[in-house]
Design a protein around this ligand. Structure first.
Ligand SMILES: Cc1ncc(C[n+]2csc(CCOP(=O)(O)OP(=O)(O)O)c2C)c(N)n1
Ligand SMILES: [Mg+2]
Length: 214
């Protein structure tokens, strides 16, 4: 019962974020497709799975997040705002403006809850793998969450990072659409990822094609 209530809460939160994204798309140019496709999983990640302190964004014990498909910055900002990191109204005011904190791509200089600036496809996941390795070597139990696009999986650096992460680090990765699955399922299993698949577009409770390595 408690789980049902949790899923309902996540679904409502994801719906709110989707409406905010559409409002923003009405106001200005955003990557609406890439934002909406990960809205449910981002809600699950930011409002359920990740450990972090809104008041202390650089807390050493936090989990890390790397938006590998960095063009989904709007959904990231709204997901962070839903947890209290920002005022939602500020996103509408500052999104894609000169000196605004909320760019069309995630920027860690302007946004303390963004660990890595991303936007060029294929870079975020390798960086996340390195961060996970460093954390593991330090004895930290923090996790590194990364969201990778299905198209982005065509980048060789994503494949190399997936192979690397499977032997050396603790990391969770989610791909944005189911189309990534058929072509990549076998190698990921070969690389000893713990892999699960859910329809994240229908339920906010769990991310869509996802892999966890512990
Ligand atoms: C190296 C690189 N090449 C091209 C682009 C331009 N670009 C931005 S989004 C995008 C499509 C990404 O598709 P996918 O990874 O499936 O993400 P989706 O938006 O579908 O969720 C492309 C080609 C880029 N950001 N980086
Ligand atoms: Mg895609």
């Amino acid at each position: 019962m408690a789980e049902k209530a949790l899923v309902h809460r996540m679904e409502q939160a994801a719906l709110t974020t989707k409406i905010r994204l559409l409002d923003l798309a009405h106001q200005t140019l955003i990557h609406i497709g890439g934002d909406l496709s990960v809205c449910d999983m981002m809600t699950a990640i930011w409002q359920y799975a990740m450990h972090y302190d809104v008041k202390d964004p650089h807390w050493e014990g936090r989990d890390r997040f790397v938006l590998s498909k960095g063009h989904a910055a709007a959904v990231t900002s709204f997901s962070q705002a839903a947890s209290g990191c920002y005022d939602v109204g500020d996103i509408y005011k500052e999104y894609a403006t000169n000196f605004g904190r909320f760019g069309m791509h995630s920027c860690n200089l302007a946004n303390p809850y963004v660990d890595v600036s991303t936007g060029s496809l294929g870079h975020g996941f390798p960086v996340a793998s390195g961060m996970a390795t460093a954390l593991k070597r330090k004895g930290s139990s923090s996790r590194v969450y990364t969201v990778v696009g299905d198209g982005e999986c065509g980048e060789g650096s994503i494949w190399e990072a997936a192979m690397y992460a499977s032997i050396s680090s603790a990391i969770w990765s989610s791909s944005s659409t189911a189309t990534a699955c058929p072509s990549t399922a076998r190698p990921r299993n070969t690389w000893h990822w713990n892999r699960s698949q859910t329809n994240g577009a229908r339920s906010a409770g769990t991310p869509s094609p996802s892999m966890a390595m512990t």
